[in-house]
Design a protein around this ligand. Structure first.
Ligand code: NAD
Ligand code: MG
Length: 386
């Protein structure tokens, strides 16, 4: 039996992970479930999967949940302390981090410190703290298994070949809901339009990140950190069909790719069952139905967030943390209708200019940088007459 702590269980990845678990419950024990605010769904999940620990974001809500769960032996906790405990409980084999944003960084560190295998959906952990996170994983001898579909595809395509044999990685992008739009069209795009993704149903933040292509930029960084690649070795290709989830090109010219229907339950299940594969969580791929797969270069001019991230990973240091902090603020303001779609890029580019470069920040320093960037972005937004 694999004992799993699931951080962010009420989100898009979290609920799909529980769907995977529920297909073969004898195989798993859920040790902890955590949610930000959705107490009702968390309660439902707790009653169904009976973890030892349930964690909510806020104290008041946690007290209420504790009252409602009085008939069970499930412990209820809250806030950052609760999350860190969920990530580091001794009676656990694997932590699936499906939190969104930099909020996932410390739990990632806590899981690795505790020596737990980490199934990582929270790419922001690597965007902000990639150097420190990978260093810690290595020191502790802990595996990080990618849950992001592209990185799962790269991981599978890599097989057990040595890194020296890899020429480059082809990282595919759906292009998001605004593919093909002109700059003028993009200017007027609303949150409602950005949230209509053609191929994937995901949390709001990553859906907006897909629309700006910031998500693909973050995935370039994620690939660099996870696989030890040079930034120049990661090439982004737009592939509208979302069937080929990424590929590895080897020195001899051979390209190995992973294909399947676009369904996150496959990479989630693979991370949970690794190193084994099991009966499919998803519908089989019918290539004759799909007919053709297309690939093209990304439009870096109209989607400049991609290039911003590519530059950032080449510069290294704290640049990922700066972009991420600015992007979290910008996406939240965009979702509230307070800034325009193109302002997301502007806010991130401005933060990179304004923040001094720091070479090799510790986790604590990264969190400080994150706070400084957020304060600055919120301040600059309030100062702007709109
Ligand atoms: P989501 O918004 O649907 O879910 C996030 C979860 O984290 C929820 O349970 C929420 O309650 C919790 N949470 C959010 N903020 C929190 C905080 N400050 N403290 C404690 N808990 C908090 O997000 P998602 O789409 O499931 O994405 C999760 C992560 O997986 C992201 O890093 C995303 O980039 C990555 N990812 C998602 C998908 C997808 O298909 N959804 C695909 C690839 C990668
Ligand atoms: Mg992805």
């Amino acid at each position: 039996m694999k004992r799993i702590a699931l951080l962010g269980s009420t989100g898009s990845i979290g609920t799909q992970a529980l769907d995977v678990v529920s297909r073969d419950e004898k195989q798993y024990a859920v040790t902890a479930l955590t949610a930000g605010t959705n107490a009702r769904l968390l309660e439902e999940q707790v009653r169904r999967f009976r973890p030892r620990l349930a964690v909510l974001g806020e104290e008041q809500a946690a007290w209420e949940l504790k009252g409602r769960l009085a008939d069970t032996d499930v412990r209820v906790s809250y806030g950052e302390e609760g999350l860190l405990e969920a990530a580091s409980m001794e009676e656990c084999d694997m932590v699936l981090n499906a939190l969104v944003g930099v909020a996932g960084l410390q739990p990632t560190v806590a899981a690795l410190e505790a020596g737990h295998t980490l199934a990582l959906a929270n790419k922001e952990s690597l965007v902000c703290g990639g150097a420190r996170v990978m260093e810690l994983a290595q020191k502790k001898g802990v595996s990080i298994l990618p849950v992001d579909s592209e990185h799962s595809a790269i991981f599978q395509s890599m097989g057990n070949r040595p890194l020296e044999e890899v020429r480059r990685v082809l990282l595919t992008a759906s292009g998001g809901p605004f593919f093909g739009k002109s700059r003028e069209e993009l200017r007027g795009m609303t949150a409602k339009e950005a949230l209509r993704h053609p191929n994937w149903s995901m949390g709001k933040k990553i859906t907006v990140d897909s629309a700006t292509m910031m998500n693909k930029g973050f995935e370039v960084m994620e690939a660099v950190w996870l696989f030890g690649l040079a930034p120049e070795q990661v090439e982004v290709l737009v592939h509208r069909e979302s069937i080929l989830h990424s590929a590895v090109e080897f020195r001899d010219g051979c390209v190995m790719a992973q294909l399947s229907e676009p369904d996150m339950r496959l990479p989630i299940q693979l991370a949970l069952t690794w190193p084994q594969r099991q009966e499919g969580a998803i519908k089989p791929l019918d290539l004759t139905q799909i007919g053709a797969l297309t690939f093209q270069k990304p439009d870096r001019e109209n989607f400049p967030c991609l290039g911003l991230c590519e530059d950032a990973i080449r510069q290294g240091g704290d640049r990922g943390a700066v972009i991420n902090g600015a992007n979290e603020v910008a996406v939240a303001l965009f979702l509230e209708g307070k800034i325009g779609f193109l302002d997301i890029y502007e806010m991130c580019a401005q933060a990179l200019q304004d923040q001094p470069f720091r070479e090799n920040p510790t986790i604590e320093e990264i969190l400080e940088i994150d706070r400084a960037v957020r304060a600055q972005c919120l301040g600059s937004h309030i100062a702007l007459p709109r």
